[in-house]
Design a protein around this ligand. Sequence first.
Ligand SMILES: C[S@@+](CC[C@H](N)C(=O)[O-])C[C@H]1O[C@@H](n2cnc3c(N)ncnc32)[C@H](O)[C@@H]1O
Length: 244
Amino acid sequence: MADFDKLGHLYDETFRLPWRRHLEVPTVLDLLGDLTQTSVLDLGSGSGWYCTTLVGQGAQRVVGLDVSSGMVEYARRHHSHPRIDYLLGDLPAELHGHFGTVLSVHVFGYATTREHLDGLFRTAAGALRPGGRLLALGLHPDHHDHPDFYAPYGFRIHPPQTRSDGSQATLEIRFNHHDAALPLTYWSHETLATSLRSAGFAELTNPDYHLDEHGPQVLGTEFWHDYLAKPHAIILDCRLATPE
Ligand SMILES: C[S@@+](CC[C@H](N)C(=O)[O-])C[C@H]1O[C@@H](n2cnc3c(N)ncnc32)[C@H](O)[C@@H]1O
């Protein structure tokens, strides 16, 4: 898997990129809606940026779970809050069935095998109360083929040789003084849906992105046209099926 241990600062700074700031984050927060009565698990919490933002949106409690010790250390140092706990590794048994919402942003593309992908979605399902919601973003099965297509947004996607499950793309992130290349795994629409269903999820939808009011003002509407037509990350929105 990609080594995230030293990438806390880089990931924190990606939230300054217009694509995250004016498009991804407003879309995610609007989709999550009112969080005031909700405990949220941020699965693959990285730098912790979303965790503090979710608390800012009123979430009752937020747990950031990550498999990278460097990311968890970074998050504890830079995004701490009394209502946030950052945990490394597996979700402890006492938190199973605890959450109303699981958010998982740019994580499932780092599952390198079908077993890992199923395991990630099972962790999300196991964390939720019946009827709870998972919002997951990750490599879009229909992302654009040309590596430079996303360059204006601060990154490049070198697509996999074939669009088949488990094949490897590369995400190149280059902005300011940052320069990193991370392997990303391709998962098809069908496999994502099957994996989610087998973890217990239903009602799968793929909401669209929308810009906040500042995006067009700051960069003009033309700047956003390409990304909105071919986003590099799909949004998976689904609910844990309630027992009959
Ligand atoms: C690309 S970063 C995204 C971080 C953050 N969600 C964001 O949006 O900036 C992916 C993160 O997912 C973590 N990760 C990958 N697989 C994971 C898994 N199975 N369980 C928990 N965290 C995972 C990585 O360690 C890394 O910190």
